[in-house]
Design a protein around this ligand. Sequence first.
Ligand code: HEC
Ligand code: HEC
Length: 295
Amino acid sequence: MTRDDALAIRAYLNSLDPVKAERRPNDLIWPLNHREMMAGWNEIFFTKGEFSPDPKKSAEWNRGAYLVEGLGHCGACHTPTNFLGAAKASERLQGGTLQDWYAPDLAGELRSGLGSWSADDIVQFLKLGRNNRTAAYGPMAEVITNSTSKLNDGDLKAIATYLKDMPAPATEKKPGKPDPKLVQAGKAIYIDNCSACHRSNGEGTPGTFPSLKGDTTVQDRDPTTIIRLILDGVHAVATDARPTPLSMPSFSWKLSDEQIAAVASYIRSAWGNAASPVSESDVQPMRQVLHGTAK
Ligand code: HEC
Ligand code: HEC
C-alpha cells in the first residue's frame, strides 16, 4: 500500500466510536500461534516495500494491480497456499480452497479461469454479485457485499483490466476422460433432476437459470464448489442492485454420493465441457462437513 492510503485508513478508524470487546484467545495452529515464530515466517515469505508501478503498462492496469495484489486481498483466497499458510508465488491467483469452497482460477485459462469472461463480465460480477454467467454463492458473496460492490466503476474496470491481462497457467493439464458408464448414469440423473431448469442442452434460460454449458464453475479444476452446490442448493448473494436472487433446491436428501458424483461428472463433460470426473469419495467428505451424515 502507499503510505497515504495507510494513513487514510487510520484516519477513518480513528473517527469511529470506541467499542468494548473481549479479546479472543489466539486459536491459530502451530507454529503460527507463537508470535515470535512470525519473525521467521516474515523472513521467508514476506517482501517488504510499497507497490511499484510497471512503467510498461497503462495507468489503469497499474491501478488494478495495486488493488488486486494489495487491498483487494484477492490472493488470500484465490492463490493456493503451502503447509505454512504462505501463498505459492508461482501459482498466483490460480485457484485455492478455503472453508470447503473452491476460489477459482482468476488467470486467463479458458475453461475454469477468466479467459472466456469479458472485462465487463468481471465488473458486473464484482459490482452486482452476478452476471450472465454465474453468481457469488459462498465466501465471495461476503467479499462483494462488504467490499467490491462499494468500489467505483473506475476501480472495478482497473481490476478487470489487470485480471484480463494475466495469461493462462503454462502447465495446464488436459483433464482425464470420465468412465462412459458413469457419464451415462449421470445423464439420466440430470434429465430427471436438473433439465427442467437448466434444460437438456445445458443452456438454461438467460437471466433465470444459468447455462452450465461453458460455465467456469462447472469446469473448476477442483470440484469442491459444484459438489457443494448440488448437495446444498444454490443461494446467491443479494446486492442493493439485485435484491432478490433466485435459488436452486438442495439434492442432499434425494441423491446418494454416487449419484451426485455421476451427475457432476456428466455436467463436467457434456456439451463441450471438459473437466476431471468426480468420484463418490469426493462427495462423501463434503456431505460429512455439511450434514455430518452419509448417504
Ligand atoms: C474470502 C475469500 C475470497 C476473497 C478475499 C476473494 N475471493 Fe473471489 N471467490 C472466492 C470463492 C470461494 C469463489 C467461488 C465461490 C463463491 O461464489 O463464493 C470466488 C469467486 C470469484 C469469481 C468468479 C469466478 C468464476 O469462475 O466463477 C471472481 C471473478 C472472483 N472471485 C474475483 C475476486 C477478486 C477480483 C477478488 C479481490 C478483489 C476476490 N475474488 C477476493 C473467494 C474469495
Ligand atoms: C428448480 C430449478 C433448478 C433445478 C431443478 C436445478 N437447478 Fe441448478 N440452478 C438453479 C438456479 C436458479 C441457479 C442459480 C442461482 C442464482 O443465480 O442465484 C442454479 C445454479 C446451478 C449451478 C451453478 C452455476 C454457476 O456457475 O453459477 C450449478 C453447477 C447447478 N445449478 C447444477 C445443477 C444440477 C447438477 C442440478 C440437478 C441435480 C440442478 N442444478 C438442478 C436452478 C435449478
